[in-house]
Design a protein around this ligand. Structure first.
Ligand code: NAD
Ligand code: UDP
Length: 318
């Protein structure tokens, strides 16, 4: 299939979520028609309200673990539906397993039926608590299948295996992106992820809850960078998984201090117990994305945080 843009029809599962809604905006801006599907389990109508009345956007409220029926041709399926915050998937372990397995199966079935290309939103979590650092795509991971994060990690690993099986058995064109921690406007204030948690605490002058001693590391990618990388991957001929994320790594304690500085807050730091199986270090090796997609992140942390803090300020004062 030759990549097309203007006039293409894209299906975005999880379109009312943080990433799905930004992806939808980016696709519409590039001339796609978009059919968004979401059941609002962790998403919000606020994220897509601005698209009401747009003739190129259609929304279907549906659980994608159920059969997806569409009576129009489809070129691309972007499969983003899944709880993504550890707090969300710990509360919704069975839905998380179902959307990652049955939902991915349905999305692949749709792609097969429509002869469409499918991109699976996978995750750095498939590397678990990694023993290889930074993480390259050929590392198989270190996941505790029976631990609390197993519902998410294993569902995503199953999804990758299912995508490869559809490619091998049915010839479906698949792309797999392994997304590393991404942040930006439209994250839910209370979704429990570290970026909204710290910013909302700092804005309210409350202590920032650093888990453990805060020595675990993460690297944070601004949403516009991530969406650009994902778009390039879908339009590329790359059939192997590709890490997309920002390689600038920092400890969670350093990140908390950065948030206090960026918000100008008087908040202090409160150390809380480290959740079980919290990965100790995480940083993407993005050599493959650089080489095959000519992609690398452009938005510096200070700039991305300024935009995100501005969004949360408006949300908290609304
Ligand atoms: P999000 O929770 O904001 O969005 C997920 C969306 O999927 C929500 O709108 C939710 O309602 C919807 N959804 C969940 N189950 C569904 C179902 N059964 N049927 C229909 N809709 C359903 O999370 P996000 O951060 O936007 O993550 C989007 C995708 O990217 C997820 O697949 C996630 O695993 C992946 N990802 C995100 C990150 C990140 O840092 N944001 C990192 C790695 C992977
Ligand atoms: N974290 C924290 N305080 C919080 C929320 C998260 O210290 O209030 C830590 C968490 O333990 C992890 C890191 O921040 O080490 C990133 O957590 P997040 O939930 O954003 O996603 P993860 O990368 O663990 O999937």
């Amino acid at each position: 299939m030759r990549p097309i843009s203007r006039g293409a029809t894209s299906v975005v599962t999880g379109a009312a979520g943080f990433l799905g809604s930004h992806l939808t905006d980016a696709l519409l801006a590039r001339g796609h028609k978009v059919i968004g599907i979401d059941n609002f389990v962790t998403g919000s109508v606020d994220n897509i309200a601005h698209l009401g009345g747009n003739p190129n956007f259609k929304f279907i409220q549906q659980d994608i673990t159920e059969f997806i029926f569409l009576d129009v041709p489809v070129n691309y399926v972007w499969h983003f539906a899944s709880p993504a915050s550890p707090v969300d998937y710990l509360e919704l372990p069975i839905q998380t397993l179902k959307v990652g397995s049955l939902g991915t199966h349905k999305a692949l079935g749709l792609a097969k039926n429509k002869n469409a290309r499918l991109l699976l939103a996978s995750t750095s979590e498939i590397y678990g608590d990694p023993l290889v650092h930074p993480q390259t795509e050929d590392y198989w991971g270190n996941v505790n299948s029976i631990g609390p994060r197993g519902c998410y990690d294993e569902a995503k690993r199953f999804g990758e295996a299912m995508a490869m099986a559809y490619r091998r058995q049915h010839g479906v064109e698949t792309r797999i992106v392994r997304i590393f921690n991404t942040y930006g406007p439209r994250m839910r204030l209370h979704d429990g992820r570290v970026v909204p948690a710290f910013i909302s605490q700092a804005l309210k002058q409350k202590p920032l809850t650093v888990f453990g001693r805060g020595r675990q590391t993460r690297s944070f990618c601004y949403v516009s960078d991530l969406i650009e990388g994902i778009y390039r991957l879908m339009m590329s001929s790359c059939e192997q998984p590709v890490n997309i994320g920002n390689p600038a790594e920092m400890t969670v304690l350093e990140f908390a201090k950065e948030i206090i500085r960026a918000t100008g807050s008087r908040s202090k730091i409160a150390f809380k117990p480290l959740p079980q199986d919290d990965p100790r270090q995480r940083r993407p090796d993005i050599s493959r994305a650089r080489k095959l997609l000519h992609w690398e992140p452009k938005v510096a942390l200070a700039e991305g945080l300024a935009r995100t803090i501005e969004y949360f300020r408006r949300k908290t004062s609304a």
